[in-house]
Write a protein that binds this ligand. Sequence first.
Ligand code: HEM
Length: 518
Amino acid sequence: MAFLLLCCMENLGLLLFGVIAMLVLPPAAVWLRLRRHGHSGPLPLFPLGNLMEMSKKKSESSTSQLVSSNMVTHDIHSSVFPYFSRWRKTYGNVFIYWLGAEPFLYVADPEFLRRATSGALGKKWGKPNVFKNDRKPMFGRGLVMVEGDDWSRHRHIISPAFSMSNVNNMVSVMEETTQKMLKEWGEQLAMAEHEIVDVESGITKNAAEIIAKTSFGISEDKGKKVFEKLQLMQQLLFKSNRLVGVPFGKLLCAKKSYQAWKLGNEIDELLYAIIESRKGQTSSNTGVSTVDLLGLLLAGNQEKAELERRLTTRELVDECKTFFFGGHETTALALSWTLLLLALHPEWQTALREEVMQVSGGRPLDAGMLSKLTKMGWVWSEVLRLYSPAPNAQRQAREDIQVGEVVIPKGTNMWVDVVGMHHDAALWGDDANEFRPERFGGEEAQGGCKHRMGYLPFGFGGRMCVGRNLSAMEFKVVLSLVLREFSLAVSPAYSHAPRIMLSLRPSSGVQLIIRRIS
Ligand code: HEM
């Protein structure tokens, strides 16, 4: 009996040793190889890599500031990425760190980025597999995640749908939806004793509705249900940090992963049904709306003579989800940060309001009017610099890539620190952390940034954001309508604590004092 027990324990011990060796040895070998190629960085502890240090709590003083005075600092890099800020001081603007068993090349050097990705090298980079798996319920094999020939095929059909003329047709949908939000704000003011509104929640709800309407339409029942379920999924996946890169990390968040998978399937089924019924309408030419993106994709698809170049129904489903997840949160955050910044800078608030009144005079908006909002354009660029909703861009090397002296081995992920570069005084000057929209109004391109790859709110290379015209249009519509109706000031209830939850977001809403303009 004792002998049997001993044998069992010995086998268990061997199994445990095997599992540990499997988790630790492969990344350790890659780590050694990277060091041999001249890459430095913080020491990882496998299988967690550098996650322990990254998840350490920041000191309270660095994370939040109550806004009793108007002294909100925009110097946010060290509070949103304290670990990068620390490591950068020791290892410079390019180094290796580890998310679990995945090596990441940190890059906050625009010249290094240019050399690593320009020309033919651009094709050697894909999207990190670790994120593809983590974000599968949101993007599936939509444009954000596909690579190679598949990416060209998707992009070729999708880009024209986002042309300026198509986006111009969406202004009235944006205006109508936003009017509903403003009415709700007005009702909140009428009911409450004070004038404080968390503008972020209204703006996010509004942006979600706009993107659902402009992507696949929600006037019919199925569209509405997709919209509700996408919002549920959003809460499930965006509002929590997950163990990205950690082996078996999904098992540790099994309940959430299962819920996301189940919701994902329900959304897919509904979208399948919508697309199939829309296909019928297009082919029989019953006047299907091409004003939304799905209609435009279906029309673009039919123009493709070669069947194999067309998007399949599965791919169209994933694109609808991609537009929703890629499009509304980012635009909503840009708008929320803008309202905060305008509340902090009344002189800019007044200037934009005057511009809007001059251009539109209170009439319904159209694309022609919006194109004349020059100062609003500067504010858009400056907000995307200081509070870039997409705080980083990622790639994964599909082949060994030589950059000067160093080799980036195949499989290495690249993590471009957009916040780091947007706040770097070496690129922007001593006023890098100040809100100065006029920097985008001068002669110099890119707001005077010293390197053309130092300003990347919409990413870089061929994979630059396909929805940027749409989001700029939505930004102008929503902001114009808000400014025409309300004045904004920061509420004492607001605490400035930007944080990263995939996007760069305020920790607990944006509470503003809003008053109707008489
Ligand atoms: C302020 C708003 C937005 C910001 C800051 C933003 C930012 C970005 C960034 C940083 C990328 C990655 C580029 C790269 O990897 O180099 C991207 C890609 C993408 N965005 Fe946006 N985005 C915004 C709005 C939108 C909207 C409204 C849509 C669609 C409705 C959209 C759809 C996409 C898609 C499909 C891609 C993938 C493009 C590709 O890989 O070819 N985005 N966006």
